[in-house]
Design a protein around this ligand. Structure first.
Ligand SMILES: [Zn+2]
Length: 325
């Protein structure tokens, strides 16, 4: 993940007020910033104080000067340079659109159901994810200092086994007891590649599984009427059922065959993922599956470069043979 996205999550957890464009220049490149201005940022009222663009040593209240026949101009006084004219963009103030970010995350995960705001600017119900013949609700949490744990627990109370994506770390809290949601840090599962935001489905599955395991292990003995072995098996089954078509397509392109993809996913999820399951996901996704040259062979004679940001690319090199058994 690019460092700037990690920085952004941490920043949004604590602050979402207004920023000058210059505030981003040290940590977000110009192209990315242009994309963010179209998606996650919105312009608010002009800045009341502007850092002097000449000496960067003081901030001043802009002064408007109007001249006949030309557009009005803004200036600030500078002890070194005298009167400094401001460009229009130097007066612009931006604010992160928290709702737009929530919509992007929900869209990336292809969740079902409507997105709703549970606690304004702090907690969103993003939608539902399939999970072993049922669904689990996915939430987004901005754990700002003014959000009380009691309010948070109250909001999540109706959501069984909630998956909560967080901007920042949520500390263990005795309030959760045995019904703790699976908290997953966005910085662990999200990335920005080629101007697009994405979430790594496999990493998300792993993180949820780890959290579920921790909850199981922390269950008090008196409530542990179900054996730990049975719980672990159930968790694995749930993870396997949550595997998205996208994750299976990505595994296919990474490993070069349906069989190897199924094997790798079985290892990653610690659950049996059949070749048929991967094959059906590929067909649903419209992926061209290369037929094996030698049907008796179980070996793979090519390696497919694993490029995390380019895993939808169809393998077009006809000289390669890929075993999809
Ligand atoms: Zn100055």
């Amino acid at each position: 993940m690019h460092d700037w996205l990690r920085t952004l999550w941490l920043m949004l957890d604590r602050y979402c007020g207004g920023f000058a464009s210059s505030s981003f220049e040290d940590w977000i490149d110009r192209d990315t910033l242009a994309i963010l201005k179209e998606s996650w940022l919105r312009e608010t009222s002009p800045l009341k104080y502007v850092v002097c663009p000449d000496c960067l040593d003081h901030d001043e209240e802009p002064i408007l000067r109007e001249y006949p026949g030309v557009a009005p101009k803004w200036f600030i006084p500078c002890p070194e340079s005298g009167r400094v004219q401001l460009r229009p963009d130097e007066l612009q103030q931006w604010q992160f659109d928290l709702e737009a970010i929530a919509r992007t995350i929900a869209g990336t995960l292809s969740l079902s159901g409507p997105l709703s705001v549970e606690i304004p600017q702090k907690l969103w119900r993003l939608g539902r994810a399939p999970w072993q013949n049922r669904t689990r609700e996915v939430w987004l949490l901005r754990d700002s200092p003014s959000l009380s744990r009691t309010d948070l627990k109250l909001a999540l109370k109706s959501s069984r086994q909630a998956i909560v994506l967080t901007y920042g770390r949520v500390l263990p809290d005795p309030l959760w007891k045995t019904r703790s949601p699976a908290f997953v840090l966005l910085s662990h599962v999200s990335q920005w590649c080629d101007g697009k935001f994405s979430i790594d489905a496999m990493q998300l599955l792993e993180a949820v599984r780890d959290q579920d395991d921790m909850v199981c292990e922390s269950m008090p003995a008196e409530t542990g009427r179900v054996s730990s072995k049975r719980i672990r098996r159930q968790v694995k089954e749930e993870i396997a059922s949550m595997l998205t078509d996208e994750a299976m397509v990505a595994a296919y392109f990474q490993h070069g065959s349906v069989r190897l993809a199924a094997e790798a996913l079985s290892i990653q999820t610690k659950s049996e993922i059949s070749k048929d399951k991967v094959y059906r996901a590929l067909k649903r996704s419209g992926v061209e599956i290369k037929a094996p040259v030698n049907h008796n062979s179980c070996s793979v004679r090519r390696t497919v470069a694993s490029q995390r940001c380019d895993n939808r690319k169809i393998i077009s090199d006809s000289t390669d043979t890929v075993d999809w058994q």
